[in-house]
Design a protein. Structure first.
Length: 586
């Protein structure tokens, strides 16, 4: 309930929920009042009607009970409607907030959350809260009101039998207390196992072609089954407690009713209890009301417990501190020249607590990229190339030193303006389920003429127009109906479509042949007017035309300069060159 109340405070009066909640609870109280009034009317019917043979009173009381039952019926239906609407609206609010926060998360934050984990929080955890919210609104005041009202009336109707009420309350509350203590850890483990199952599922669906290619179907099925069995075992544990809980409460109810009838009759006959048949019947009906309230709580508790765990997981995302935060007085950058300076830059990734790791990924980086220059970054896998360029658009922040663009620290810039001047094409080209045109125009409002122009520069126009649908051709999920090289060329066209002042090509031609790469490099100047270009490459042929080449090793720049200069001054660069293009003659 703590997490649920915390969320209600967080959400506030979303779409007039408080007003609708107030109406729902009034209707619920009307229903509960009717349910408590009926046992009293039964006492009147038995003692003053049936016992005395007053059939007119019997008719009047029966008619009144029917009218009240109809009132309770209507009130219950309307309350259920309000409850469903409130639960659905709050779930809608929660999905929007959670999705918005996920969109705001920086690369570092996303590194600390599994994609499958976030999907579970957006779906299963939100649905857990929705189901609980509906039940909480419907039963929040109903069960306590029935419980308190039933106990008060039971004491007023049959004081000699009241100890029975105290005993069943003591036993039932103890059972419910044990349930509350035992189940939250079970639900937390269950949701964690669900995260693990979804991770396996996501990996297998994303890599299904690799699985089939390496004939690992059975292995992956076993891995999935292992996670599935673990989830089943964890999900079964709270259900076993529920399976014991509800029958136990009904057992207590039946024992209490039997005890009431026995001690009522025995006490009247032998102990001189001042009690009537109508009072005994009324008392047993009130026991039904009291135990019904407790049984309802027993049904509601699993939902509240599960919702509390789910909300805790959701709040972990909602309240996660962003690694990248824009300053309040951030510098607007309507125009950019593209002069990039790395000044003694070091960077460490953050751990789970948001503290930089002791070992930096890149360290002591110093270089300047003038507007219009092409800077090539060369180095072995894991040397820090991608990390270095990810610092330019502030996907990550530097740990030491600073990066300036046109003399302004990127941490002082408006993030939207900064990234709006940067075009990025990654090695793993992510395409969206739309048509080719919309994928190229993603993030850029350009004409069809310019779409075709950048596609030509990226050497993509020919294969796009060779299809009958041309630029209207639909892109399948993750672009699987295009080859790797085609996806990369569409990605390059998308980066160029923004008319960027800084262009980042992160090994974005690794899947194309050398001839295609040469055509792309030759066409780039036609759309890049004084654009500073950063190119990460594994092939030495990609960097030959660069104005400056940065050779990286173990997170440091071990050499920098033009191609000819590095051949003369850097043994490592010369070794890379000769390993790919053949030995040079001295």
């Amino acid at each position: 309930m703590g997490n649920i109340l915390r969320f209600l405070k967080y959400a506030g009066n979303y779409k007039g929920v408080i007003r609708r909640f107030f109406f729902a609870e009034i209707l619920i109280l009307i229903w509960a009042a009717v349910q408590l009034l009926i046992p009293i009317l039964l006492q009147v019917l038995i003692d003053n009607g049936l016992t005395l043979g007053n059939l007119e009173l019997v008719f009047d009381v029966c008619l009144l009970i029917i009218v009240l039952a109809v009132v309770a019926f209507v009130a219950s239906i309307l309350a259920a409607k309000y409850s469903a609407n409130i639960g659905s609206d709050y779930a809608h609010f929660l999905r929007i907030k959670l999705y918005t926060k996920i969109e705001e998360l920086s690369f570092g934050n996303l590194d600390r959350f599994q994609t499958s984990d976030l999907i579970v929080r957006l779906t299963s955890d939100v649905n857990n809260y929705r189901n609980a919210a509906i039940q909480i609104v419907y039963y929040l005041f109903r069960s306590p009101f029935m419980l308190v009202g039933g106990v008060f009336l039971a004491f007023a109707v049959a004081p000699p039998l009241f100890p029975i009420i105290l005993m069943i309350l003591g036993v039932t509350i103890f059972i419910l207390y044990l349930y509350i203590k035992l189940t939250p850890p079970m639900y937390r483990r269950m949701q964690k196992r669900l995260d693990e199952l979804n991770l396996v599922l996501q990996e297998n669906l994303a890599g299904v072609r690799v699985v089939k290619a390496f004939v690992r179907n059975e292995h992956e099925m076993e891995r999935f089954d292992e996670r599935n069995v673990t989830l089943k075992e964890e999900a079964t544990k709270p259900l076993k407690l529920i399976a014991i809980l509800e029958p136990s409460l009904w057992l207590i109810l039946n024992i209490a009713i039997s005890a009431s009838l026995f001690f009522g009759a025995w006490g009247y006959a032998n102990w001189g209890f001042d009690i009537t048949s109508g009072e005994i019947v009324s008392f047993t009906n009130l026991i039904f009301a009291i135990m019904g309230a407790l049984v309802t709580l027993a049904i509601l508790l699993p939902m509240i417990t599960k919702a509390g765990v789910s909300l805790g997981r959701i709040f972990k995302v909602l309240e996660d501190n962003l690694d990248i935060v824009q300053k309040k007085n951030a510098v607007k950058v309507p125009e950019m020249k593209g002069r990039v300076v790395f000044n003694n830059v070091s960077m460490s990734y953050l751990n789970e607590e948001g503290i930089p790791n002791e070992t930096p990924v890149i360290k002591n980086i110093n270089f300047t990229a003038e507007p219009g220059e092409m800077i090539a970054i060369l180095g072995a896998t894991g040397s820090g190339k991608s990390t270095l360029i990810n610092l330019i658009p502030r996907f990550y922040d530097v740990t030491q030193g600073k990066i300036t663009i046109d003399g302004v620290d990127v941490r002082d810039m408006d993030i939207g303006d900064l990234r709006g001047h940067i075009g990025i094409a990654l090695q793993k080209a992510n395409l969206f389920s739309s048509n080719v045109r919309n994928n190229i125009k993603f993030g850029a409002d350009i004409s069809q003429e310019y779409v075709e122009k950048v596609a030509e520069v990226a050497d993509a126009h020919s294969f796009i127009t060779s299809h009958v649908d041309g630029y209207d051709r639909q892109v399948a999920r993750k672009g699987v109906n295009f080859s790797g090289g085609q996806r990369q060329r569409i990605s390059i066209a998308r980066a160029l479509a923004r008319k960027p002042k800084i262009l980042i090509l992160d090994d974005s031609t690794s899947a194309v042949d050398v001839a295609t790469e040469t055509r792309i490099q030759g066409a780039l100047p036609s759309v890049l007017e004084e654009t500073t270009t950063f190119v990460i490459a594994q092939r030495i042929s990609t960097v030959l035309i660069a104005d400056k080449i940065l050779l990286m090793e173990n997170g440091e720049i071990v050499a920098q300069g033009a191609h000819r200069e590095l051949l003369d001054t850097s043994p490592l660069y010369r070794e890379i060159y000769e390993s790919q293009l053949g030995k040079l003659e001295d």
